[in-house]
Design a protein around this ligand. Sequence first.
Ligand SMILES: Nc1ncnc2c1ncn2[C@@H]1O[C@H](COP(=O)(O)OP(=O)(O)O)[C@@H](O)[C@H]1O
Ligand SMILES: Nc1ncnc2c1ncn2[C@H]1C[C@H](O)[C@@H](COP(=O)(O)O)O1
Length: 215
Amino acid sequence: MIQVIVLSGPIGAGKSSLTSILAEHLGTQAFYEGVDSNPVLPLYYKDMKRYTFLLNTYLLNHRLAQINQAIQEKNSVSDRSIYEDALFFKMNADSKVADPTEFKIYDDLLENMMEDTPGNPSKKPDLLIYIHVSLDTMLARIKKRGRAFEQISSDPGLKDYYARLLKYYEPWYKNYDASPKMMINGNKLDFVTNMDAQREVLKEIDEKLHQIGNL
Ligand SMILES: Nc1ncnc2c1ncn2[C@@H]1O[C@H](COP(=O)(O)OP(=O)(O)O)[C@@H](O)[C@H]1O
Ligand SMILES: Nc1ncnc2c1ncn2[C@H]1C[C@H](O)[C@@H](COP(=O)(O)O)O1
C-alpha cells in the first residue's frame, strides 16, 4: 500500500523540523527538499525576476523525482508539497516579478505531471499537514535558522515578500483538495523544544492518520 505524508506551510514554519520528528515517530523515511544543494535558490534571492521560472523548473524536476521515491515507501514524510511552488510563482506573476505566460506554462506542466495515469501509482499525497504561523513567528524562525540569503537584515525588501507570501497561504490551504488535510498551530506549539507540545502534535497527526485509515 502507498501512503505519502507531505508537510506544507510558509518559510520557517517548522516543516523540516516536523518532518524529522514525524518520520522518527512513525519509523518511516523522511524526504527533504535539499535547500543547500539547490544551485538556483541563491540566484533567485538576488534576482527574482530573472530566476523564478528556472527555480520552479528545477524544483518541479527535483520534487517529482522525490515523489517517485516517496510513493514506494509506507508513510514516508516529505518536508514540502509540490503544490506550494505554484503559490510562490503565482504571487510573483501577480506582482509582475514573473511573466504570467511563464506561470501558465509552468502550471499546465505541473498539472500534466501530477495527473493520475492508468496503471501507475498516484503521485498525490495521502495527507497534507499545513503548519500555520503568524508573520512574527515566521520572521523569528527565519532569523533563528539564519540562512544568509533569507535574512531581512541584508535585504529589507524581503519583509514585504514574506508578508505577501503569508497572505497567499491561507486561501491556498482553504482551496487545497488533492488529498485529506489538517492544520497544526505552529505559533502555539513549540514541537521542537517542548516535549509536551511535540506529543500533542503527534497525537493530532496519529488521530488524523487513523481517521483516514493510514496507520
Ligand atoms: N514549532 C516550533 N517552535 C519553535 N521553533 C521552531 C518550531 N518549528 C521550527 N522551529 C525552528 O524554526 C527554524 C525553522 O524551522 P524549519 O523546520 O527549518 O522550517 P521550514 O522547514 O518550514 O522552513 C528552525 O531553527 C527550527 O528549529
Ligand atoms: N517555488 C518556490 N519559489 C520561490 N522560493 C521557494 C520555492 N520553494 C521553496 N522556496 C524557497 C523558500 C525558502 O527560502 C527555501 C526553502 O523553503 P523552506 O520553507 O525553508 O523549506 O526555498
